[in-house]
Design a protein around this ligand. Structure first.
Ligand code: OAD
Ligand code: ZN
Length: 440
């Protein structure tokens, strides 16, 4: 079956790796990963990304002490840093989020070398999917097609009224946010919120639609994430128990607890398949690219990508400078704050509230779908008036999309060797709204 064909490291390399010191062990293991790709054994790679792949673009991550966003929110007087992304808090007090949104709004940042490495994997036809937690859309700005990227925590590209569920015009939304006004629905005056996933909300449908990808995955690359947010963090255990997993990160994360997590020392499993590259994402992918013989190609992609984006948006180069001074200001502000407060555990009450919220969310989703359908109808009508040919083209596109979806479903159905525990896991995942994992 497909499962048994999946990759695992040979015994000799694992024992060698065990005997070696750390530095040479990393060297050897990145080489092993490169071999898997070069030999064609890894051609369904899933790349799981977090904020750490974008810090080199000037966007702070969330949890790095000092520089991370959660250490730099004191001016907002939040109950706790995460409140800025909590749906319950937002409903009562949306100002802090919108103030922050002006700083985080995409379009003024350039993709990093890591983003272009993911694009290179795609161009080499070995990338199955990129699952990202990031809301900066830099994967797509780097040129990855929409269908290859799963924005697991949504993005700024769509916005919706929390009350009547009407989708807002993106241009209007951006202008309103930047004018310093809380965006209120033109129909019902409810707060309009960008469709980024907040704590207590469920993830976008596309995330669940693409879970079967993990059954096919023959190499998992995880980069720049603390893996502290569920359900995203649970995905690393959705690949087969023999599928090689590479973590590129400044720190080791999600280390083994019974039944889940990385086992970098091979102490818990017969199959040694987890590799840790400790360092920056950009250094890690560059080293890997070099081992693959792709270094020049990657650097060219990076350079030309930036040139093209700067040409398209002349402000980018200058805005970047502004960004750097912003980061300085953030850093200066942080120095004043010595205390790093521990995040409270969620109380059972809170969990219940979250669940209620998730149910509401589901209902909302349905409404949103209806909205979308209405919109589609409206669009179709417009197309009729405007240009019959165009409409045909759209229909074709829609058909293609449907066909793709059907394919995905079929694939799902065909997977007879999906183990029961996997199905259970999937259900467990679908029940989950976004929440933080607490490691002891
Ligand atoms: P975190 O800030 O929790 O974790 C970032 C990780 O990347 C940390 O382990 C850092 O050490 C590491 N890191 C930072 N810069 C790096 C670099 N240049 N090279 C290598 N490693 C680096 O960010 P996420 O795990 O992405 O949700 O956070 C997950 C979610 O929590 C986010 O999507 C966000 C947040 O609440 C939403 O906003 C919806
Ligand atoms: Zn409304």
């Amino acid at each position: 079956s497909k499962m048994s064909k999946q990759n695992e490291f040979k015994d000799d390399s694992s024992s060698k790796a065990r005997k070696n010191g750390n530095a040479s062990c990393e060297e050897l293991n990145l080489k092993t990963i490169a071999e898997l790709i070069k030999s064609g054994k890894a051609q369904n790679i899933i790349f799981m990304a977090g904020a750490g792949i974008s810090t080199a673009a000037g966007i702070p991550d969330f949890r790095s002490p000092g520089t991370g966003l959660y250490d730099n929110l004191s001016k907002y007087n939040l109950p706790r840093p995460e409140s800025i992304f909590e749906i319950q808090y937002f409903k009562k007090n949306p100002e802090p989020f919108f103030e922050l949104a002006r700083e985080l709004y995409p379009s003024k940042f350039l993709p990093t070398l890591t983003h272009y490495f993911i694009k290179l994997l795609y161009q080499k036809e070995v990338l199955l999917r990129c699952f990202t937690q990031n809301i900066d859309t830099l994967e797509q700005i780097a040129g990855l097609p929409e269908e290859v990227v799963v924005e697991a925590h949504g993005s700024f590209s769509k916005s919706q009224c929390l009350r009547c569920k009407k989708m807002a015009d993106p241009k209007w939304m951006k202008e309103t946010i930047f004018s310093g006004v809380i965006p209120k629905c033109l129909e019902c005056k409810g707060i309009v919120k960008p469709c980024i996933t907040f704590f207590g909300e469920s993830l976008p449908e596309k995330f669940f639609l693409h879970l079967p990808d993990f059954n096919r995955c023959d190499l998992l690359i995880v980069a720049g994430t603390s893996l502290q947010v569920q359900p995203f963090s649970l995905l690393i255990d959705y690949v087969s128990s023999k599928t090689p997993r590479l973590l590129i990160n400044r720190e080791k994360v999600a280390c083994y607890t019974p039944g889940m997590g990385f086992d970098f020392n091979g102490s818990f499993s017969d199959v040694r398949r987890d590799i840790f590259y400790g360092g920056s994402c950009d250094d890690g992918v560059l080293e890997l690219a070099e081992l693959l013989g792709w270094k020049e190609e990657l650097e060219k992609l990076h350079k030309e990508g930036h040139e093209k984006l700067k040409e398209e948006n002349k402000e980018l180069a200058e805005e970047k400078k502004v960004e750097v001074s912003d980061v300085d200001a953030l850093a200066a502000e942080f120095v004043k704050k010595v205390d790093i407060s521990e995040v409270e555990k969620s109380t059972p009450d809170k969990v219940d509230e979250d669940k209620k919220d998730a149910n509401k969310e589901d209902a909302n989703k349905e409404d949103a779908n209806k909205e979308d359908a209405n919109k589609e109808d409206a669009n179709k009508e417009d197309a009729n008036k405007e240009d019959a040919n165009k409409e045909d083209a759209n229909k074709e596109d829609a058909n293609k999309e449907d066909a793709n979806k059907e394919d995905a479903n079929k694939e799902d159905a065909n997977k007879e060797d999906v183990k029961v525990d996997k199905l259970e896991k999937k259900e467990a995942l679908e029940d989950k709204s976004m929440e933080e994992t607490k490691y002891e």
